[in-house]
Design a protein around this ligand. Sequence first.
Ligand code: SAM
Length: 290
Amino acid sequence: MIDEADAFAAWELAPVHCLAEHGCLDYHRVWGLLRLLLPAKPLFGEDTIVQGVRSLSSGNGRILLCGAADTAVLKLILEVGEAMDCAPMVDVIERCASACEVLRLHAARRGSKVNIIQGDFSDAAQLSLPSPTTYDLVIAHNILGLIPGEFRQAVCANWASLSARGSTLLLVQTLCASDVAWLDRNRPRDVDSALATLLNGLRSRDVSEQRTNDILTTAQRFWQATWRQSPALTEASVKSLLSTAGFSTTQVHYDACLERGPSSASITTRSGHSRALFMAVRRRHVAGVD
Ligand SMILES: C[S@@+](CC[C@H](N)C(=O)[O-])C[C@H]1O[C@@H](n2cnc3c(N)ncnc32)[C@H](O)[C@@H]1O
């Protein structure tokens, strides 16, 4: 699901490139390693993403991946594209230079032409995009909850302005039952057991003692913190943001992206979180855009 080279490249590159004000350093350092070393799980909404990429079989299709902390979603898109006769074109927009660098290394290693653009969706004016700038499939995979509440509508409007009329948005998002606050992420005993699994994985790969300790300390800090922004998102608030931006939500799947455990926000009923995949269509006419 993720290449070992990408996971260790992120560990090396994040301290060089992540900006303190983004608060993403621990996350960008360990997320790929967690994907690599904890028991493999399907990506949230994997089947729907595969179907979406396959549906662009003409070869002129353009895909935009919004925010990619690691290479797993990009790799999935590229693999599906390569298996088709005519692969769609893929652009990625990601705010953090460290993630951009790892995505570029991945694309270069597999010889894929991917346009990796460093940019912030909260600020449409500074996005430097290739032309033409509309996409047939926009994938926003676990990004909306990281955007502070006051910028979320602008970010969704940005996605609408980048989407071709009638095109599809696939949005994966952790949700809460209420929009007051995100709930605690992980119980200490879940963190302890995940650390033990991580340790086994690092030992089986012959990682040095010093690096093993650094990785465990960083993972523990990551699991004990929460990076999501307020207010918490609910199904109703996501639908409302999308509708105002110019998307009609056609489906919401909860079971398509079931995952549990401290490698991500746990989605058990115990925690009160859930994970959902929203499928939405860009309306043909959006006031202020078309
Ligand atoms: C949670 S990660 C996506 C992880 C991956 N799709 C997954 O589910 O495992 C979200 C990414 O969005 C990026 N990001 C956060 N805010 C952003 C913004 N305003 N504009 C562009 N990218 C942003 C972060 O740097 C991070 O790499």
